[in-house]
Design a protein around this ligand. Sequence first.
Ligand SMILES: [Zn+2]
Length: 151
Amino acid sequence: MINPVPALKVSRFIKPNPDTPYHIDFDWWNKADRDLRVYLRSHLCTVHREMYAESLTNTTIDWVDPQTAEVKPMDGILYQLRLHCSQQPDYITDQTSVVDAVFRVFLVNDNQPMSPRELGERIGKDAELILKTISGKTVYKGLRPVAESAG
Ligand SMILES: [Zn+2]
């Protein structure tokens, strides 16, 4: 290895538009060493937030994929989010910030890529506003275009 320092992904930069597919780049969390678990916890409903407030250990639940009937290990917090908290009426409201609302959509849709236009329809916000928020120089909560994060 001549250059052990990871190169900046400048060359990969694409100009995003309202139809650019985005997702949560979980690698961003690992590399940046930010506390994903603390952030995940903040999306839980009040009841589950209290339940997980004390738990510092990672609890994993065996989750059965409804499509493939395959048993997959799933993070306990993520499991509660999908099963319960995301079903609550206040999961995404007008008061939820754009970044949080977008992140919450990806948390429950299995991180399937969605464009700002599609996200806007889902969370009831303007596609241009979403684009402006998540396409800037600062990466918020790992929300990045799929093309940029791959590889
Ligand atoms: Zn809950």
